[in-house]
Write a protein that binds this ligand. Structure first.
Ligand SMILES: [Zn+2]
Length: 245
């Protein structure tokens, strides 16, 4: 039996550099899509091992592994809050991510495996307009965005790219929608009025990064979501550059 495009499952693949990136950038949208019946898979490109305190003196392999494990557990808990079906850790070294062909291949692998209809990623470009914090310029974020966009087109849908994946039985799969967070041009908003509290609950799972008291952060995010929504006539929104394929 062949599966037509109409019968194709509603699947979303979210690809980000670190644990907590997805909650910040698109946690409300993920929760909204999950409620609508979309099946969401989250791919974390790095191992999160550089996410300890900036002033730490023990930054050796054991400390790194400990942090990585804590952050992965926090990410699993946050994913459960949002309704994400599966979290995949690609385990590239945190802080050293580059848009290599190896990273692109691993993302193609996940797109083909999940037959993702919609892919969400970080922006590979720096945006210099006001209200963008330096956190958005993390080189891992830029690298994850670059590799994901390159994976979406054409490699995911072109069997000639990464023939070793075809040999493994991973057939080409065409992504139909790309959502880029924090892009220079934002043309699409997702209403997160109903899921904003769920986003905050998911962020509260990331205690190692955000601490126990996140009330100030919550207010900042609420203001940010309100501002994003204004241009689209929505009370609270997360915004993207959306492209069809
Ligand atoms: Zn990050």
């Amino acid at each position: 039996m062949t599966t037509t495009e109409e019968e194709r499952p509603r699947t979303v693949l979210v690809v980000v550099a670190h644990p907590d990136d997805a909650e910040f950038g698109c946690g409300g949208a993920i929760a909204a899509w999950a409620r609508e019946g979309w099946e969401v898979t989250l791919v974390i490109c790095t191992d999160g091992a550089s996410g300890g305190p900036d002033d730490a003196t023990d930054v050796g392999p054991e400390a790194r592994q400990r942090i990585s494990q804590v952050r992965k557990a926090e990410q699993q808990a946050a994913a459960a809050v949002l309704g994400i079906k599966e979290v995949v850790f690609l385990d590239f070294p945190d802080g050293l991510l580059l848009p290599t062909l190896e990273l692109r291949r691993e993302i193609v692998r996940q797109i083909r495996r999940t037959r993702a209809y919609r892919v969400v990623c970080q922006s590979p470009e720096r945006v210099w307009t006001p209200n963008y914090s330096l956190g958005r310029f993390h080189p891992d974020h830029l690298a994850a965005g670059e590799a994901t966009i390159a994976a979406v087109y054409p490699a995911a849908q072109n069997g000639w790219d990464f023939p070793e994946l075809l040999a493994e039985g991973l057939a080409p799969s065409r992504v139909r929608e790309l959502y880029v967070m924090g892009a220079p041009h934002l043309n699409h908003a997702v209403d997160v009025s109903e899921t904003f509290e769920t986003k905050l609950a998911a962020l509260r799972c990331h205690v190692s990064q955000l601490g126990e008291d996140q009330s100030e952060l919550a207010e900042r995010l609420r203001t940010w979501s309100r501002e994003r929504g204004e241009a689209f006539g929505l009370p609270l929104a997360e915004t993207f550059h959306r492209a069809e394929n």
